[in-house]
Design a protein around this ligand. Structure first.
Ligand SMILES: O=C(O)CCC(=O)C(=O)O
Length: 253
């Protein structure tokens, strides 16, 4: 998975694609923030980190954003078939709250324990190249092994309203979150990465316009740790047998 390590001008082009923004605006409203959390995923066949266990994106975000909408736009760059490891979802479960999450066995991802989801229907959602899949931050989803010899490339992008906590450098309007009220709690659904304004009726001059600005934003963002809701960073210090990872080991750092 390529996250903050890869920042390309073309990513900015996709995140600000007018057709995608038209869709995102319908769900998140006209004051539209591109969430800091975008990922490019080469899902390669037979790689241990390739399957992504069941989770809700909110499991990774700050608790104060659980009830807001953070829209995931999942974009396959090849046909995402079931064999290639398309996404699976639990239909309608986004209408409920957040499931319990725990670090997975490798402490690489968070996962919802299987026992929590056993009563729910789970369906594969193949998406052809050129299509998109929309998810909420409370839609449980997963993807499994790629059983082909084709890399299942995809990108996932996220959008939210400027009224939700965000670290985008924008003028706050009445009703928009200015502080979290708790000292030390950062104002963002995902503090480690920087948000930015992609569409606005009220402050269009603050919309980010060029890939150069985007690259500078990523480069200059001052890292803020996320709240460790599920003991993830503690688990990452140990291997699945409970032994501390050695420097340079398989912790993914
Ligand atoms: O692309 C995948 O396989 C997983 C995507 C995912 O978990 C996400 O977009 O939150």
């Amino acid at each position: 998975m390529w996250d903050h390590k890869v920042v390309l001008p073309s990513f900015f082009g996709l995140m600000t694609n007018p057709k995608l923004l038209d869709v995102a605006e319908q769900f998140c409203g006209p004051e539209l923030i591109a969430s800091s959390v975008y990922r490019m995923r080469p899902k390669v066949p037979s790689h241990a980190w390739s399957p992504v266990p069941w989770h809700q994106d909110s499991g990774y975000f700050e608790a104060y954003c659980d009830l807001g909408l953070i829209l995931t736009v999942w974009v396959p760059l090849v046909d995402a078939t079931e064999e290639r490891g398309c996404l699976w979802v639990v239909p309608r479960a986004h209408k409920g709250g957040l499931f319990f999450h725990q670090p997975d066995g490798m402490a690489h991802y968070l996962e919802i324990p299987d026992s929590e989801l056993s009563a729910f229907e789970r369906v594969p959602v193949p998406v052809p190249k050129g299509g998109v899949l929309l998810l909420t931050n409370r839609t449980p989803h997963a993807s499994f092994e790629n059983k082909t010899d084709v890399v299942r490339w995809s990108m996932d992008l996220r959008y939210q309203s400027a009224a939700l906590p965000t670290n985008a450098a924008i003028t706050r309007l009445p009703g928009e979150a200015k502080t979290m009220g708790t000292v030390g709690v950062p104002l963002a659904c995902n503090p480690p990465e920087p948000d930015f304004l992609v569409r606005s009726q009220i402050r269009p001059q603050e919309v980010m316009k060029t890939p150069e600005e985007f690259l500078a934003l990523r480069r200059n963002h001052v890292y803020q740790p996320a709240t460790d809701r599920w003991g993830y960073s503690v688990a990452r210090r140990k291997d699945p047998l409970g032994n501390p990872y050695k420097a340079g080991g398989a912790s993914g750092n």
